[in-house]
Write a protein of this length. Structure first.
Length: 417
């Protein structure tokens, strides 16, 4: 047997105290789903809490962008910490802090304190999402990791399906604070599951992971890697397209179209269902073709969604036939492809660094959230015409994804285990 085959078998072999595959996927879905819960449950409440605090639109957007910036920055610390001390302690501390911050959000007496608690919530959430990506690299070879990530993201989609309708229903009947309190319940349940079922996946800790000089050297090495840059750019652009929709959608559907928050939540659920279908398609495609071809094929769907959304906005704005369907049908196309780009992009970015998976995952997450912060600031300043802001933003990211998929990513196969 060749050395390469031996290495592949070692990477695929379970650890002595390994969790079953079902537990791994369930825990990954909850950890990755913490991001969807924190944003999707909250979005239907955003117009109500803005009015309740008599706050400006820019302040309302800051409750989202501050969370995302803190989420991105914190991963730069959580990642090396998990490489040094292991995934389990980082996850337990992170989800514990997330639960406490969620209680603070629900009880916040002012917009300023809500922003503070949302920022702390973002810091804690960084531990969950970063560690989830690192766990995939700990346990699986790159291509297998993409399939497992796709399964976990299917679970994330199912969580997202429930979040938006639940957030709308709670906000309509019991106010926006009830929607935020559910985040604390989710955090406590996830923490309990981690404490009872999660087994450490880091085979060998890196005692030098937190040394500043070594950390800077690791960041430079990761950033210089063309595979990391290509797949990080892919996952970031795909997420920024989703973020653009999430940040603008409540103002489009609730304020401009006059839909109820419950109706808006149902539309968000349908979007999440489209994403779930995309993750299933991803797994089927990966059985038949390379990651690069899979991404390139999905980008055709991405570009079609971005172009049709913009074309319908210009053709039908202020026309009687123009309505929520003209926004959602193109978004469904984008989300189908998003279900392919995210598992391939996230697993591909971490693939070259089996011994620095936490640090690479953290850097990927930081760059993704840094882009979301600036995009959120732009959206907050331009939401006077939310339909056009949404269309222009998603067209931009659709074009970037397609360009990446057909050029840079296409030339870079994932490394062997």
């Amino acid at each position: 047997m060749s050395k390469r085959t031996d290495t592949a078998n070692v990477m695929a072999a379970p650890m002595p105290n390994a969790m079953s595959h079902t537990w791994v996927v369930l825990i990954l879905a909850l950890l990755l789903g913490s991001q969807a819960v924190t944003t999707d449950l909250y979005l239907p409440a955003l117009p109500s809490l803005t009015e309740g605090f008599t706050a400006s639109l820019s302040q309302a957007q800051l409750t989202l962008t501050a969370l995302l910036l803190a989420f991105g920055l914190s991963q730069l610390v959580w990642g090396p910490m998990s490489d040094r001390y292991g995934r389990r302690p980082v996850l337990l501390w992170g989800m514990g802090a997330y639960t406490l911050a969620s209680v603070g959000c629900a009880l916040a007496p002012s917009m300023h304190l809500l922003i503070v608690w949302r920022t702390l919530q973002g810091v804690a959430m960084g531990a969950a999402v970063m560690a989830a990506r690192a766990v995939v690299r700990d346990l699986y070879a790159p291509v297998d990791g993409a399939r497992v990530m796709s399964q976990a993201l299917t679970g994330l989609g199912m969580i997202a399906c429930a979040c938006a309708p639940l957030g709308g229903l709670l906000t309509d009947h019991w106010g926006w604070r009830s929607a935020l309190m559910v985040l604390a319940v989710f955090g406590a349940m996830t923490w309990s599951l981690l404490a009872l079922q999660f087994k450490e996946t880091l085979v060998q800790a890196n005692p030098h992971a937190l040394q500043v000089q070594g950390l800077v050297t690791a960041w430079k090495e990761i950033l210089r890697n063309p595979t990391f840059r290509a797949y990080c750019a892919l996952s970031s652009c795909s997420y920024l397209g989703l973020f653009t929709f999430l940040a603008a959608s409540s103002f489009v559907f609730v304020r401009q179209f006059g839909l109820s928050k419950t109706h808006y939540g149902l539309l968000m659920m349908s979007m999440s269902f489209s994403y779930i279908v995309g993750t299933f398609i991803c797994r089927r495609l990966l059985l038949r073709m390379s990651v690069q071809r899979c991404v390139a094929l999905a980008s055709c769907c991405t570009l079609t969604g971005g172009i049709s959304l913009t074309a319908l906005a210009y053709a039908g704005h202020n026309q009687t036939w123009y309505g929520p369907w003209a926004v959602m049908v193109p978004v469904y196309l984008f989300m189908l492809a998003h279900g392919v780009h995210q598992p391939c992009g996230q697993s591909g970015a971490v693939a070259p660094f089996p011994h620095r998976a936490g640090t690479a995952s953290a850097l990927n997450g930081f760059l993704m959230m840094l882009g979301a912060f600036f995009m959120g600031a732009w959206l907050g300043a331009n939401l006077d015409q939310p339909v056009f802001v949404l269309a222009h933003g998603m067209l931009l990211w659709s074009g970037c994804i397609t360009l990446l998929a057909w050029t840079w990513v296409r030339r870079l196969p994932l490394p062997n285990p």
